[in-house]
Ligand binder design. Structure first.
Ligand SMILES: [Zn+2]
Length: 410
């Protein structure tokens, strides 16, 4: 099954499986639980853990609660272990975090930008280079989420900011030793929801992330469907609500014109567009029931169209989408239900807020880095790069856990 034929290959395969299991459970399961989960012999697990600890990939701590006898051990991230640099580039600011095995994210920097690729990505390139110098070989990759379609692994368009075919890898200029994964924010948020949120174990799900405008992606068997060039599922640019307004993307009547912070601002007559007005939109969300209801209705009607098309088991909403559902859930459902096909209405999918709040895009960027690293090939690279010592650990200025117990817990 796994293609491992020699004992060395089998060991490399089991090392990757064990680290993967530690990462996926949020470093919350004991060694004996993991041994059972993975069907390993106890002796094999001991040897694997000892080897991974010697390579500074794992570190064991006694479980916080245990019965009598020897405390049971919980494998977790090594204090000098691998780190994924994860970035969420929004239209008005970016956030950079260092993420450990198990999914703990430590915010390193948050910086506003003026909406141009030069300012947004130029300052980010400097920050990434500085962190790479500081953290050295511990950095095993960088994942960058962006608020627009991403083609061919790095060409980004953000229509309402005027970005057209921006070559993100070129502008970030990372050395080849730091693999870069560039992706759409919604696709990354969906990946995080699959791994650590409410799409876990869901075969066909739909994830919608709403910020200035909505994005969506279909998730099948744990994978967001990317399209041929990687920019599929631009649900925000479908005429789902029957409007006719021209959209900056070049089409007309897009759903993006009716849902999100831009639509909230427009509803109350405030200036909108260009990735500006986040604070004003938050005020509208808090104070204008009418604008919120209109937004929620448009969201609900679009969800009905997407549910008719895709038959998902669950629809999860992140960003502003979760807040709209929270504040105007009844309006949302009242606008959704009549547009569902009768066969869908009989057994509609659950529509839920994300378990990860606004953190999904950042955490999904992290997952994309660890997906490449937690393989026999990725781990072999770690051993080769090992020797340099005395590197820093991330500043503990803003530590958060990437499980559903984190911020915005429902
Ligand atoms: Zn559009």
């Amino acid at each position: 099954m796994n293609g491992a034929t020699t004992s060395g290959e089998l060991r490399a395969h089991n090392r990757a499986r064990l680290l993967r299991a530690v990462h996926d459970c949020g470093a919350a399961r004991t060694r004996s639980q993991l041994t059972r989960d993975l069907g390993l012999a106890r002796g094999t697990a001991s040897v694997l853990v000892a080897g991974l600890a010697a390579d500074e990939l794992l570190h064991e701590e006694p479980a916080r609660e245990h019965g009598r006898g020897r405390p049971t051990q919980v494998p977790g991230p090594h204090p000098r272990g691998p780190l994924a640099l994860a970035v969420d580039v929004r239209e008005d600011a970016w956030e950079l975090a260092a993420c450990e095995l198990g999914g703990r994210a430590t915010t390193l920097a948050v910086r506003p930008h003026d909406g141009t690729p030069q300012d947004a990505l130029g300052t980010l390139a400097e920050a990434l280079a500085a962190e790479r110098d500081r953290l050295g070989h511990r950095v095993v990759g960088a994942g960058v989420a962006l608020a627009g379609p991403v083609r061919h692994g790095g060409l980004v368009d953000i229509a309402h900011l005027g970005w057209r075919s921006i070559d993100v890898p070129r502008l970030l200029g990372l050395p080849p030793a730091v693999p870069l994964s560039v992706g759409n924010d919604t696709a990354f948020a969906a990946l995080a929801e699959v791994r650590r949120g409410r799409l876990r174990g869901v075969r066909v799900g739909l994830h919608l992330h709403v910020d200035f405008d909505p994005g969506g992606v279909l998730v099948v068997d744990g994978r967001p469907l990317g399209g041929a060039a990687g920019s599929g599922a631009e649900f925000g640019h479908m005429p789902l609500t029957g409007g006719d307004r021209p959209c900056p993307c070049g089409a007309r009547g897009c759903w993006a014109m009716e849902v999100g912070a831009n639509a909230l601002l427009r509803h109350v007559g405030l200036a909108y567009g260009g990735g500006r007005g986040r604070e004003q939109a938050a005020r509208v969300l808090a104070t204008s029931g009418e604008a919120v209801a209109a937004n929620a209705r448009a969201l609900g009607r679009g969800i009905a169209a997407l549910v008719n098309a895709h038959d998902p088991e669950a629809v999860t909403l992140s960003g502003l989408g979760a807040e709209l559902r929270e504040r105007a859930g009844e309006e949302l459902w009242a606008a959704c239900e009549p547009y569902l096909m009768a066969i869908r209405r009989e057994a509609p999918p659950r529509v839920e807020g994300s378990a990860l709040g606004w953190r999904g895009a950042l955490l999904g960027a992290m997952e994309s880095v660890f997906d490449a690293f937690l393989t026999p090939h990725g781990l072999a690279g770690w051993r080769q790069n090992q020797p340099d010592q005395g590197r820093d650990t991330p500043d503990q200025q803003n530590v958060m856990y990437s499980t559903s117990k984190a911020e915005n817990a429902p």
